[in-house]
Structure formats: structure tokens, C-alpha cells
Design a protein. Structure first.
Length: 255
């Protein structure tokens, strides 16, 4: 079930901007990086699990121990097949600023302009960088950054949400009792996922190919209808009026 926000002019403007950004070809000098975070509860076993045998599956007790919470910051560059995951104790603005700072000074130190796609969480805005680093240091760090925000109530346009869903199914759907174990498991998943999806000869990986702004696929969400409407709106004065009355979205599960 999808929950669609109010389709205001601001909603459309942000949505079309993101769709066109995703349609750009892979660029090492202007990477498009989607960022999101996930809170996670650390859970341990209250009793030692029974291992799997030839005739029976592994078993674990229904009771469990709570060992606090933790946070994961996830950055994914879809067309490059690269993702970076950081496990932190908290999810405050200082943690977010540190994560973005590490991206800019390490993995993307040579990029001329870094496009960051974010939702509207309160720690995602430039003011947080000013608060944590000071105005001058924040300006220096962000001089190569261009922020792109999803429409309000439409964070599904951030591809990092898809990546977090995959991470959750493939790595986090079991009991993990410590931050140390979580870092180890996430690092192993990250290495495997990057090797699987890395493009060859500079091309985009098949699972994330975006050939034009009329053919954008988010795994199980097909939004080519939206892009065609965006193109028509740019060439017709009454485009926004027709957009408001036309069907807006076609979702289809992709194999």
C-alpha cells in the first residue's frame, strides 16, 4: 500500500528534479549519492539455540534479551554499484555530519560536485552542519555538495530506502546482540553486495540501469509514467493542469 502526499507544485518540482537526477549517466566527477538511516534494536538469545541437525532445523527460544539500540547510516551510489554503511551508537546531527564528512573526504574526495539525495529528517539540513562545525568549517566542507530533498511524505523517492530494505532482508533479519557483531556482519554484506553489483567497463549494473528519464525503475516501483508527464509539462503551458487530472502512478512488481 502506498500513501501519496498532496500533489502540490512543490511536490512535483522536487519529484521531477529527483527523477531527472537519477536519469543522468554515471559520472565520477558528479556522483549521485542517496543517504538514509535505520535504527536497530540489539537482541541476544536468552538461552543457547539448538543447532541444525540432519533431521531438524535450528531452533531458538522465543524469549530474547534486549541489549540497547544502535543506528546505521547508509549511502548508496546506485549507478556505480557502491554503498557505504556506518554503524553508530546514536542518530544525532553530530553523527550525521560526521558520516557525510567521511564520505566527502574519503570515498568522494576527488569529485567536483557531490549530489546528496535525502529525505526531510531534521538532521539532514545544512543548518546542522553549521551547528556542529561552525559556519566557516561547514561552508568549506559543503562547498562541493548540492542537496536534493524528496517531497514531503514521499521518502520512497530516495533509493537508499530500497538499499536499506535489501540490507534488512539479507543481513539484519535475525538476532544480533552487539554493535561489534553488527559491524562485522554489515561489512561482510557490504563487500559481497558491492562485488555483485559493481558495473563493468564503466557501465551501470543491470539491476539499476537507467537509460533515459522515460525509463526509470526502482526495483519494484515503476515510475516511467511520472517522467513522461514531467516531459510533457515542460513542453506544454497547460501541463501542470493536465498532470493534476491524469493518473499519477503505475506500480508493478519486477522479477
Amino acid at each position: 500500500m502506498w500513501c501519496i502526499g498532496v500533489l502540490s507544485e512543490e511536490y512535483r518540482r522536487r519529484m521531477y528534479t529527483l527523477l531527472e537526477l537519477y536519469a543522468r549517466p554515471l559520472s565520477r566527477t558528479e556522483p549521485v549519492i542517496c543517504i538514509d538511516e535505520k535504527s536497530l534494536q540489539l537482541i541476544g538469545h536468552s538461552r543457547k539455540p539448538l543447532p541444525m541437525t540432519e533431521s531438524a532445523p535450528a531452533k531458538q527460544d522465543y524469549e530474547y534479551e534486549r541489549n540497547g539500540t544502535t543506528n546505521l547510516f547508509v549511502a548508496v551510489e546506485p549507478k556505480a554499484g557502491q554503498r557505504i554503511v556506518s554503524v553508530t551508537e546514536h542518530r544525532g546531527k553530530a553523527d550525521f555530519v560526521a558520516f557525510v564528512g567521511a564520505l566527502l573526504t574519503n570515498a568522494y574526495a576527488k569529485a567536483r560536485c557531490v549530489h546528496l539525495v535525502l529525505d526531510n529528517l531534521n538532521i539532514h539540513f545544512r543548518k546542522c552542519f553549521d551547528d556542529v562545525l561552525g559556519t566557516r568549517a561547514a561552508a568549506k566542507l559543503l562547498r562541493r555538495v548540492e542537496f536534493h530533498y524528496t517531497p514531503t511524505h514521499a521518502s520512497w523517492l530516495n533509493m537508499a530506502e530500497i538499499e536499506i530494505g535489501i540490507l534488512s532482508r539479507q543481513c539484519l533479519n535475525r538476532r544480533i546482540d552487539s554493535r561489534q557483531l553488527l559491524r562485522s556482519e554489515v561489512a561482510a554484506w557490504q563487500q559481497r553486495a558491492t562485488l555483485w553489483s559493481a558495473p563493468s567497463s564503466g557501465s551501470s549494473p543491470d539491476r539499476m540501469q537507467i537509460k533515459s528519464s522515460a525509463d526509470i525503475t526502482f526495483r519494484n516501483l515503476h515510475v516511467d509514467v511520472l517522467v513522461r508527464k514531467a516531459q510533457r509539462a515542460r513542453t506544454s503551458r497547460d501541463g501542470p493542469t493536465r498532470l493534476a487530472t491524469a493518473p499519477l502512478l503505475r506500480a508493478s512488481a519486477l522479477q
